[in-house]
Design a protein around this ligand. Structure first.
Ligand SMILES: [Fe+2]
Ligand SMILES: [Fe+2]
Length: 363
């Protein structure tokens, strides 16, 4: 383990291998040789992400403009605005946090994937802008973009992950600025907790928000908006796969993270986020007929299970191992190809939290 795990990448170091020794806290020459990667699956993933490039102008919103004014109820418009606002907030965080992760990774192939992801997050931001600029008047836009700052239940729900992500940013920054002495163990722990919060942002808080658009489309409303959301969702699914893989590699390279304490921490953190999401959904979706709270909560539990699988945990919500509401799949896929599956890059799961009881951890 490198004594100075947190450091800006070296642009070139001719004394070490092109193949990175570790994804964080290691060393690499700086030459990105895609035939000489420590984790060759990253090449395929990089290509797949690149092949998905799109721009928001490809989507036609003329009918949506009419639907927004003529078909949506006042509450449906309000929910549309608020969700668009908080998706923008989450994508803004994602865009910036990826910058930090790309900055501190040792492996140039990981950096390349992160750069692609960050650029997609920027595109997603622009897409929400496109939706709101097309349909919303000034006061509705203010409602959308101020919602994450004004609505208490939403703020509470978001703050859980924001605090952890900010802690990660602050720790890295403090060490780099010489304000805090580096502690390697703390570095990996902070990274672990920050990544867990981030995969909840990518895999739970985003994906939950998309369901509302699917439900409108099922009701034959806002079809163009839903098409755009499905393009975004396809990207987020890839991000989930990538960050699930990063999490697994982090644990593989740092077996000291595989502890009872971390297992319990992760389970309770996921549960806390799920509860906050349900509380928020109950408030947001009251008086909404296009989906039921029960369906939404079941889906949230399913998404939490997927996150658990990616992070090397057993499913927490055994009632929701699969998506129960098939319409979420039917209206939530671009060309029927979105599948929130486990990142399957290793023949066996590399995470094996030590646990004295020993049950429920058959990873
Ligand atoms: Fe995004
Ligand atoms: Fe993303």
């Amino acid at each position: 383990m490198n004594a100075n795990a947190i450091k800006p990448f070296r642009v070139f170091n001719g004394n070490v291998n092109n193949r990175a020794s570790r994804i964080f806290g290691g060393e690499a020459s700086g030459i990105c040789d895609w035939d000489d990667l420590k984790y060759p699956a990253l090449l395929q993933l990089n290509k797949e992400m690149f092949s998905e490039y799109w721009i928001e102008d490809e989507i036609r919103l003329g009918d949506d403009l009419k639907d927004y004014r003529q078909k949506l109820t006042a509450k449906e418009r309000y929910v549309f605005n608020v969700i668009t606002g908080y998706l923008t907030q989450l994508d803004s965080i994602a865009n910036r946090f990826n910058f930090l992760l790309g900055y501190i990774t040792t492996d140039p192939s990981v950096a390349s994937c992160i750069q692609l992801i960050a650029s997609f997050e920027g595109l997603h931001n622009r897409s929400y802008q496109y939706l709101t600029s097309t349909m919303l008047n000034d006061s509705e836009k203010r409602q959308a973009f101020n919602a994450p700052k004004e609505l208490a239940t939403l703020k509470k729900r978001n703050q859980i992950i924001i605090d952890k992500i900010q802690e990660t940013v602050d720790y890295m920054e403090n060490v780099l600025a010489g304000k805090e002495e580096e502690n390697t163990e703390k570095f990996y722990q902070v990274l672990y907790e920050g990544l867990l919060a981030y995969i909840i942002l990518e895999g739970l808080y985003f994906s939950g928000g998309f369901v509302y658009f699917h439900s409108l489309a099922r009701d034959n409303k806002m079809i163009g908006s839903n098409n755009m959301i499905n393009l975004i969702k396809k990207d987020e699914t890839q991000h989930n796969v990538f960050y699930g893989m990063v999490m697994q590699i982090l644990m593989l390279e740092n077996p000291s993270l595989n502890t009872d304490e971390n297992y319990e921490y992760a389970v309770s953190f996921v549960k806390k986020c799920v509860e906050a999401e349900k509380e928020w959904a109950a408030e947001l979706f009251s008086e909404i007929d296009t989906l039921s709270i029960k369906e939404y909560n079941d889906y949230v539990e399913y998404l939490a299970n997927v996150i658990c699988r990616n992070a090397g945990l057993s499913d927490i919500y055994t009632e929701n191992k699969e998506v129960k509401s098939k319409w979420i799949i039917n209206y939530g896929e671009k060309n029927g190809e979105n599948r929130a599956t486990k990142a399957d890059f290793f023949e066996t799961n590399v995470i094996n939290y030590s646990h004295e009881g020993g049950d429920g951890f058959d990873l």
